[in-house]
Design a protein around this ligand. Structure first.
Ligand code: PLP
Length: 380
């Protein structure tokens, strides 16, 4: 930091130059992110609530009301009017709160969690932080957790079972109904990580049931900063009822409210306002349209990839496509060098694409053209 400050104009000019180095979702070349360009209503709301801190909610009753309404909307979408929860910093914090509640509720001395091999890496951080032993459950041929394998992982120390509704790598939806039956039979907390799928499945026809209609589901992660088109950071955690909150409560003697239930202390009110603004602006109809558009685009891309001779790792359930060729790692690198941000997943040896709302058909057709050109040159 310099001794003397500079003019706001000069600082902003520098910031604009630096920002220009970042990739922009709207350029249509980011094919690997679960985040997207926020809805214009979210951006406007975020700006309006920049200073609102939900960590000291008594000072911000308006923002607090918005958070309650957002959670109420999510509770309705996930089929349980009694669900309670918070807008947090992301899927990682949401998953952390779920496992914290499950661990404290179970009260066992050597806690273990049944973790499908496909679970998000946030659970590795969480297990390390909370000193919970992860016990890995294997997957079936569709890359969904095998319920029998999950059942075999249960011991007297099991405090939770994790199911994912929209895995990070493939968008697979675990058999949550079967996991729920197992959870009920063993009296274990079932947490559904629907960070991605939570704002897709409720708007899809014939979607598998993954929500609180299933008796065993105790908590659900659903992230507005993914398919909810909200500004970053906006994660969401919902618990079946308010009894779970006792297990994640921390007393906060000097604040306007005497308890907090989130891990993060000072907490973005702008995120709750942005989420509220998107929900109000889009409504169920708008979400249904957005979800159908990305699913249609995903289908279009997967058909074209197959026609080009690529092998799909699995048929897409949501908006994620993973495909292979004889040297997928090299292909991913070549695409990256041409300015396409795709992921390479080493353990599946595939290229992965997430079709988020910032992608238009033109982006996908341009990508396919370049992929075709690359493949032809490569084959020569
Ligand atoms: N859960 C799933 C299924 C995810 O895909 C992700 C992120 O991609 C997370 C949790 C973690 O979310 P965040 O990065 O918002 O903490």
């Amino acid at each position: 930091m310099q001794l003397k400050g500079r003019s706001r104009k000069a600082v902003l000019a520098d910031l604009k130059k630096i920002r220009a180095k970042d990739s922009q979702y709207m350029d249509g070349r980011i094919l690997c992110s679960m985040c997207t360009e926020p809805h214009p209503a979210a951006k406007a709301a975020h700006k309006l609530f920049l200073s609102a801190n939900l960590g000291d909610a008594g000072l911000f009753p308006g923002t607090s009301q918005l958070e309650k309404e957002v959670i109420g909307n999510l509770a309705t979408l996930l089929s349980n009017e009694k669900a309670v929860g918070f807008i947090v910093s992301g899927g990682t914090e949401a998953n952390l709160l779920a496992l914290l509640a499950a661990r404290n509720r179970a009260g066992v001395s050597n806690p273990e969690v049944v973790l499908p091999q496909s679970a998000h890496f946030s659970f590795n951080k969480i297990c390390s932080l909370l000193r919970i032993k992860p016990v890995q459950a294997s997957l079936d041929s569709s890359f969904r957790v095998d319920p029998a394998a999950a059942k075999n992982c249960i011991s007297k120390n099991t405090i939770a079972i994790i199911g994912t509704a929209g895995t990070t790598e493939l968008g697979a939806v675990d058999p949550i109904g079967k996991l729920s039956e197992i959870a009920v039979a063993h009296g274990i907390h079932l947490h559904v990580d629907a960070a991605l799928g939570g704002l897709m499945l409720p708007f899809m026809e014939n979607a598998p049931i993954c929500d609180f209609r299933l008796e065993g589901v105790a908590s659900i992660t659903v992230d507005p900063h993914k398919m909810g088109l909200a500004t970053v950071p906006a994660g969401g955690i919902l618990f079946r009822d308010s009894t779970y909150l006792e297990y994640i409560k921390t007393e906060t003697p000097y604040l306007t409210e005497n308890a907090q239930y989130t891990f993060v202390g000072t907490r973005s009110g702008a995120s709750a306002a942005a989420t509220w603004a998107v929900f109000e602006t889009l409504g169920r109809e708008g979400f249904t349209k957005t979800v159908n558009r990305v699913l249609k685009l995903t289908q279009f891309l997967s058909v074209r990839l197959k026609a080009l001779g690529f092998e799909l790792v699995t048929e897409p359930t949501l908006n994620i496509i993973a495909f292979r060729c004889s040297n997928s790692k090299l292909l991913a690198r070549a695409l990256q060098q041409r300015g396409w941000f795709v992921s390479y997943v080493p353990h599946l040896d595939c290229v992965r694409i997430v079709v988020m709302p910032h992608l238009k058909k033109l982006h996908i057709t341009t990508f396919l053209q370049e992929l075709t050109a690359h493949t032809k040159t490569h084959q020569k």
